[in-house]
Design a protein around this ligand. Structure first.
Ligand SMILES: [Mg+2]
Length: 367
């Protein structure tokens, strides 16, 4: 077992194809057919796809147009964020029956630190099975889980036996597990980074481990030391109960200041597109849209509008941002435009307090 590592038991719970599964649950006619939640054929992006659709290469963050091309008989449904949020609340309530150390990553994903837990059960594996069973009973939906000594490995592990499965990486299995892991499976390694790693001869955790921390820092900047440590089973990031961001935004600073509204609208469209991509990636929606304008003299103006429902759709965001732009008397040429969305559907207004009862006990490290 790697040293320099506090002994912890972390579960990463991840709902299977969450939005799509909720739609199937509420409309059984959709079951067994390829289904995409989000953008239609003409515009927008796919927020989620069920497993049937994934067989045809439909993926989240893909344009609706591309999705329909990959799978001509694909059904599109509009996202219903209020409904997802409602179910997410039930799921979170279950998590809190086990521990107060719950860190939601999105509506359908969370880390749980069960090192000390409310059930007094030393086996994180058994707890994960129980939690998934409770979620199924309460919501009718399947979840998968990864169980290990830190967040990084738990997150990677939850994908391995998906859907409706779980995977435990015991302390003594950590090193071989990471060494054999395909580099694309490392959390934090996207497509671009994977390509770069291939060029450097890094295909598995074992290859990664052979590189020095200096080499990795030279090639991957700040992420270099992160890769260096996680592949050694070192990831000390704690499960933080309040990690959910308050807003998601995108902005652009222009090479040349803009004075024509036509150009501004064009830029706004790109910004809205980027914002939609980020919202899809983090699986959130929000009610309040804020337009940020920075003038060439560096004065800053913001304007907001709050919608009666959650949105995450580029077109709606853009429409609103345009309205906000028209309301603004432009005082000068513009050097930066930004749009952000707050009042997110991931926010929980009640602050959850960390359980102080965690008595120092000699932990038996059963997984
Ligand atoms: Mg999920």
């Amino acid at each position: 077992m790697p040293n320099e590592m506090p002994l912890r038991k972390i579960i990463h719970v991840d709902m299977d194809a969450f939005y799509a599964s909720v739609e199937e649950l509420d409309n059984p006619d959709l079951k067994g057919k390829p289904l995409a939640v989000g953008g239609s054929e003409k515009r927008g992006v796919v927020s989620a796809a069920n497993y049937e659709a994934r067989k045809f290469g439909v993926r989240s963050a893909m344009s609706g147009f591309q999705a329909k091309k990959n799978c001509p008989h694909l059904t599109f449904v509009k996202p219903r964020f209020e409904r997802y949020k409602e179910i997410s609340k039930h799921i979170r309530a279950i998590f809190f029956e086990y521990t107060d150390l719950v860190e939601p990553l999105s509506l359908d994903e969370a880390y749980l630190d069960v090192t000390v837990n409310k059930k007094g059960n030393p086996s994180a594996t058994m707890l994960a099975t129980e939690i998934r069973q409770r979620i199924l009973e309460k919501t009718g939906l399947n979840a998968s889980a990864g169980i290990s000594i830190n967040k990084f490995i738990a997150k990677v592990a939850s994908d391995i036996n998906k859907p409706n499965g779980q995977k435990t990486v015991n302390p003594e299995e950590v090193i071989p597990f990471l060494e054999n892991l395909d580099i694309r499976k490392f959390y934090g390694v996207g497509k671009v980074t994977a390509e770069k790693m291939y060029k450097l001869g890094i295909f598995t955790g074992k290859d990664l481990k052979e590189k020095s921390i200096e080499f990795l820092a030279d090639n991957f900047g700040k992420s270099g030391p992160y890769y260096y440590h996680v592949v050694r089973g070192i990831h000390n990031s704690e499960v933080k109960p309040h990690r959910i961001p308050k807003s998601v935004g995108a902005e652009r600073t222009f090479n040349e200041n803009l004075s024509s509204e036509v150009f501004m609208l064009e830029r706004l469209e790109h910004i809205a597109q980027e914002l939609e991509r980020r919202l899809t990636k983090s699986k959130v929606a929000g009610k309040t849209i804020t337009l940020k304008i920075k003038y060439s003299d560096f004065t800053l103006n913001t304007r907001s509008k709050t919608m009666p429902y959650f949105i995450a759709d580029k077109d709606l965001i853009l429409e609103t941002a345009k309205d906000l732009l028209y309301q603004e008397e432009l005082q000068n040429s513009v050097r930066l435009l930004g749009i952000s969305l707050s009042n997110l559907n991931t926010e929980d207004k009640k602050a959850k307090k960390t359980d102080d009862k965690s008595i120092l006990v000699q932990l038996k490290f059963d997984f």
